[in-house]
Design a protein around this ligand. Structure first.
Ligand code: R5P
Length: 290
């Protein structure tokens, strides 16, 4: 183990594009064909970015607002997303199999919001194969003494299984109660996921986010977090993309919006067309009025 006495925080991340990069997805040049094919279903080859629609919240919190009936609330939004992120029970029961969208399958499971979080176990990779998943999503709770080792071991085991099946892993950084939501913490958590083999990292936007993206060798997508006013959520997307994020994995700010279909289209325009938040907000209002 490295000597921790003189642990120096990295500071030289450079704005230079990643070298030796020809494939449209960061850090993926040396992957096998099947991995690249699956990642290309998630990240549009034309932009290198993605809008993932997250609706896996019920796996820890039950029927939260906006997800009471996934067949009614999420199905109409499918056509606007690049990728659907959900748990296997909801994919099988509520998502039409002819949607022909990439699936990022929530592939760990465990405790609910009623008890301690993060004691998760992995779902068998065979089920991800059966569901034709384009990626599997696994949580890592870096900095939480009780569960950090368990969840990082889950990432490693998922990467081992994913490598055999050609299925990419998305590391999902969970924030421990006592952790500061700053660039130093998210850089550590994101880099740990990538160093252990995750092909995508989902994390949260923060001040100094460029440090998080530039120090992570694979694409970062941001979660939206709690519901914000639409303009603020669009500004969050805009800042994240301009600070190096490769897309969003957004849930509540879409399905809890007053106009979810308008919102996901506005988010997509920010991600793929680099619309500013104010222009995207006008687009949201126009679409909402129709
Ligand atoms: C968190 O672990 C869940 O997996 C959600 O998918 C994630 O937080 C994204 O949803 P939201 O944009 O609502 O935060």
């Amino acid at each position: 183990m490295a000597d921790l006495d003189d642990l120096r925080e990295g500071a030289d991340f450079s704005k230079e594009p990643v070298r030796n990069q020809t494939f449209h997805i960061k850090g993926s040049d040396n992957l096998d064909w099947g991995m690249k094919d699956r990642l290309s279903r998630i990240f549009r080859p034309s932009t290198g970015k993605t809008v993932m629609l997250a609706f896996d919240h019920g796996f820890i919190m039950g029927p939260t607002s906006g997800l009471e009936r996934i067949d009614l609330s999420i199905t109409p939004l499918i056509k606007y997303a690049d990728c659907l992120m959900g748990a296997r029970g909801m994919i099988r029961s509520s998502i039409p199999a002819d949607s022909n969208k990439a699936i990022c399958l929530r592939s760990d499971a465990g405790t609910s919001i009623l008890t301690e979080l993060n004691y998760n176990v992995l779902i068998d990779i065979q089920d991800a194969i059966r569901l034709n998943a384009s990626a599997i999503a696994i949580m890592a709770s870096v900095g939480d003494a009780a569960t950090e080792a368990i969840t990082m071991a889950n990432i490693c085991r998922a990467v081992d299984a994913g490598q055999k099946a050609g299925i990419p892993v998305m590391g999902v950084t969970a924030v421990g109660k006592d952790m500061a939501r700053d660039a130093r913490y998210f850089s550590l958590a994101s880099r740990m996921c990538a160093e252990n083999g995750a092909n995508i990292v989902k994390t949260y936007y923060c001040d100094g986010f460029e440090k998080v993206t530039s120090s992570c060798p694979v694409p970062i997508v941001i979660a939206g977090g709690k519901k914000l006013p639409e303009l603020d959520a669009l500004e969050l997307c805009y800042k994240a993309i301009n600070d190096g994020a490769s897309g969003v994995d957004m849930g509540r700010n879409v399905f809890q919006s007053e106009a979810p279909a308008a919102m996901i289209q506005a988010v997509s325009a920010v991600v793929h067309e680099n619309l500013t938040s104010s222009v995207a907000f006008e687009m949201f209002n126009d679409l909402k009025a129709k």
